[in-house]
Design a protein around this ligand. Structure first.
Ligand code: ADP
Ligand code: MG
Length: 588
């Protein structure tokens, strides 16, 4: 075996660069962090050819004197940590003292820096980790770092870079992230000589976010009110569930000002939507978490993107509550009719409320704007602070259905409705599924009205199916289905929930049993929620829409806590706004 030896510094830096410097975006991230740590009020990021040809970051921060500038290029040289107790109390973005030497070891690197009150500045050039020139330079106060030909001396890494446009978009993502982390700092981003982003310094995060989002999405932003937990606080913004995406690129999370990625946080965000998201989709969210530094370890990842929370469950729950709270407030706002709208629209909308509703239902607040497409979390699912329980949502009759005008049926399958903003399609199956799901969940607390069958149904089941059903007999009974063993492999169904109007009850029960077995309900008893979903799904599939019943279905849907989605997050109503329609027809 070869003898052990200590790595020469440059080689060690190149090894460290393997972790810290993955691509141009990681260089930009490290340098922007340094600028922010240096107290910059302005940061300019310039790249050429996706950062492969040039990266230049210029700031107006504190700058460095000649000695510090030289020292900053040494491995483990940092002004931000002195002893190990500092490590538990980190308030700067950097602290490892690795970035500059790592970056300089894999590029042609130039640093120009000047302290504010110094007469002149310092310029240092480094090629592949070797200092080749140090000189006095005239420069503006602050620091400018230029990286040319990243990975020029490590062809293997250079080969791993993606298309220049891909690398550029990763860089832009980093710039946006840090711009959100530090709204009071002016950020500019120039790409191949063109201005790509120009973000003036603002005092509020929301203004920075609106700048970045553009007018269209910014109008949909939902504010999450500040929520205090044990040793932490969270606040931020969300977009409605319709903006949810497959990836998590639209989730920006800042912990004490540092962009991070964390599964507990992501889970909390999704949980706050409480079944309002389609499966596999993640909500768009911007979250600022302030946490006592002792409650989190930020030194677990070379690029410091991942952190370790000591009480991640509390944080997750806190975030879920904050999200639910934000959605709830928004829902309430959306349900309050805009005062100027009322007289003009009342008559028209009311005349389309079906005549089979009671008079009080017919006249109940008929002029609602379509609420934003936002699911509302319910109080029994998440405990909210007392004062929010007091200001409960408006009575059910004041909610949505009356804001729609019935137009007709589409292929006996979808309902066509007119809304304040355009055209809305109703999926009756998804709607029924939502209604049944919530009724069955409620049954667990409040009981259920079940309807005894005059002639009990008899269903032949094989032994495995029978076993699954009998093991869950109690849950079925809670949900309003009384079932029993009739002997000889026959199941007897004695009652069904009264609110379930099934066209084929026999098929319904059989399909539910099939689903439960296919869903792996073999062993232990089923979670009640799973049973509820399954019953809801099958009831939904039997739903037939007709012009006579559609508005009743809609009314019923709007008595639900989350009327806009089925139990699995599929939408129940889908809107095509006038603006969107105009765009399709080319009317601007
Ligand atoms: P770290 O940020 O972990 O301390 P770096 O290698 O990124 O390590 O930077 C080393 C040191 O160089 C920093 O601690 C800081 O003192 C100094 N430095 C780096 N960039 C700047 C800058 N833009 N302005 C002022 N000082 C800087
Ligand atoms: Mg740093």
């Amino acid at each position: 075996m070869p003898r052990i030896h200590v790595l020469p510094d440059i080689l060690a830096s190149q090894v460290a660069a393997g972790e810290v410097v993955e691509r141009p975006a990681s260089v930009v991230k490290e340098l922007m962090e340094n600028s922010l740590d240096a107290g910059a009020r302005e940061v300019l990021v310039e790249i050429e050819r996706g950062g492969t040809a040039l990266i230049r970051i210029t700031d107006d921060g504190c700058g460095m004197d000649r000695d510090d500038a030289l020292l900053s290029l040494e491995r483990h040289a940092t002004s931000k940590l002195r002893n190990s107790s500092d490590l538990h109390n980190i308030s700067t973005l950097g602290f490892r003292g690795e970035a500059l030497p790592s970056i300089a070891s894999v590029s042609r690197f130039r640093l120009i820096t000047r302290e504010r009150d110094a007469l002149d500045g310092t310029e240092i050039q480094v090629h592949g980790g070797k200092i080749i020139d140090v000189r006095v330079a005239g420069s503006a106060p602050g620091t400018s770092i230029e990286i040319k030909q990243l990975f020029y001396n490590i062809p293997a890494r250079r080969k791993f870079l993606k298309a220049e446009s891909t690398e550029a978009s990763h860089v832009e993502h980093e710039v946006r992230l840090h711009a959100l982390a530090a709204p009071t700092v002016r950020f500019r981003f120039r790409r191949d000589g063109n201005d790509a982003l120009e973000l003036p310094a603002v005092t509020r995060k929301s203004d920075r976010l609106r700048h970045l989002l553009g007018v269209e999405s910014a109008g949909d932003l939902i504010e999450m009110p500040l929520h205090h937990g044990n040793g932490f606080s969270v606040e931020g913004f969300l977009l409605p569930a319709t903006h949810a995406r497959k990836g998590r690129k639209h989730q920006c999370v800042f912990l004490n000002g540092r962009p991070i990625e964390d599964v507990a946080v992501a889970r909390g965000l999704s949980e706050g939507f409480k079944g309002g998201l389609m499966e596999g989709l993640h909500p768009a969210a911007w979250l600022w978490i302030e946490m006592e530094p002792q409650l989190v370890d930020v030194n677990v990842h070379p690029a410091k993107r991942e952190v370790r929370f000591h009480r991640s469950n509390e944080l997750r729950e806190g975030i879920a509550v904050a999200v639910a709270h934000g959605l709830q407030q928004q829902q309430r706002r959306a349900n309050t009719p805009p005062p100027t709208d009322v007289p003009a629209r009342t008559g028209q909308v009311r005349s389309f409320v079906p005549s089979n509703l009671t008079p009080s239902e017919q006249t109940a607040t008929p002029t609602l704007k379509i609420p934003a497409w936002i699911p509302q979390a319910t109080q029994q699912e998440i405990s909210l602070p007392q004062e929010t329980l007091a200001e409960k949502p408006q009575p059910q009759s004041a909610r949505g259905a009356a804001a729609f005008r019935w137009i007709g049926l589409l292929h006996q399958r979808f309902g066509i409705l007119e809304s304040h903003d355009g055209l809305v399609l109703l999926d009756p199956r998804a709607a029924r599924e939502r209604i049944v799901y919530e009724r069955i969940l409620q049954a667990q607390q409040q009981g259920i009205v079940s309807q005894g069958l005059l002639v009990p149904l008899l269903i032949e089941l094989d032994p495995r199916e029978m076993d699954v059903v009998l093991r869950n007999q109690e849950s079925f009974a809670t949900a309003g289905l009384e079932l029993g063993d009739f002997g000889g492999g026959t199941l007897q169904v004695r009652s069904l929930p009264a609110f379930l109007y099934l066209t084929d009850p026999l098929a319904f029960v059989h399909e539910v049993v099939d689903d439960l077995i296919a869903g792996g309900a073999g062993g232990a008893r089923l979670a009640y929620d799973k049973l509820a979903r399954c019953l809801a799904k099958r009831a939904g599939l039997q739903e037939k829409i007709s012009a006579n019943t559609a508005m009743v279905l809609l009314e019923e849907l709007f008595t639900c806590d989350l009327p806009y989605c089925a139990a699995d997050g599929r939408p129940t109503l889908s809107e095509f706004s006038l603006r969107e329609l105009d765009r399709r027809f080319g009317n601007r």
